[in-house]
Design a protein. Structure first.
Length: 178
């Protein structure tokens, strides 16, 4: 009778374990760039939406002859119509055209990491309100002071997961996205 010296244990061989680990590492290596691409797309989407909000406020002020503006906070930006103060319900939504809906974008989970707004000949270097003069669309600090405090430049940086996009509102009302 021949007796086997080989153990009949139930388990995995070293080769099988190394193969499974290699496959898992390969799947993980492919997933990380996919997540980074998704994060970059989300950041691009929010930056485009914010730039379009600024463009829309300017175009509406030219089209309607009424002063429109954008209020920028750390977590959102809102379009408003200037009456005797900011009126968030008086604006028409750009997609539905329905008055009273307003337009607000949330930056979450994107962070507004930097905001610099400068007006000509004023010590005020940051205001959460940027208005566009009715009829001309020229950006400034407040409707009452367009002649005295026009916008020099406004730069906003949105950041997420190590990526950043900068939205710049120029003195002529143009918007640049980088």
């Amino acid at each position: 009778m021949i007796v086997s010296t080989r153990a009949t244990g139930r388990g995995f061989t070293l080769i099988e374990l190394l193969t499974v680990i290699a496959i898992l590492a390969l799947i993980g290596a492919m997933a990380v760039p996919a997540m980074q691409i998704r994060n970059a797309h989300e950041l691009d989407r929010r930056a485009d939406e914010f730039a379009n909000l600024l463009r829309y406020a300017r175009s509406e002020s030219i089209r309607t002859g009424s002063t429109h503006g954008v209020q920028v906070d750390t977590d959102r930006a809102r379009l408003f119509l200037w009456q005797s103060g900011p009126d968030y319900t008086g604006v028409r939504h750009p997609l539905t055209g329905v008055p009273g809906e307003g337009w607000e974008i949330s930056f979450d989970p994107i962070a507004l990491s930097d905001a610099t707004i400068s007006f000509v000949q004023t010590p005020l270097q940051y205001s959460t309100y940027i208005t566009f003069a009715g009829g001309s669309g020229w950006p400034g600090s407040y409707p009452q002071s367009f002649g005295r405090y026009p916008l020099t430049e406004a730069a906003f940086t949105l950041a997420y997961e190590g990526e950043a996009r900068q939205i710049t509102l120029l003195a002529d009302g143009g918007v640049r996205l980088r």
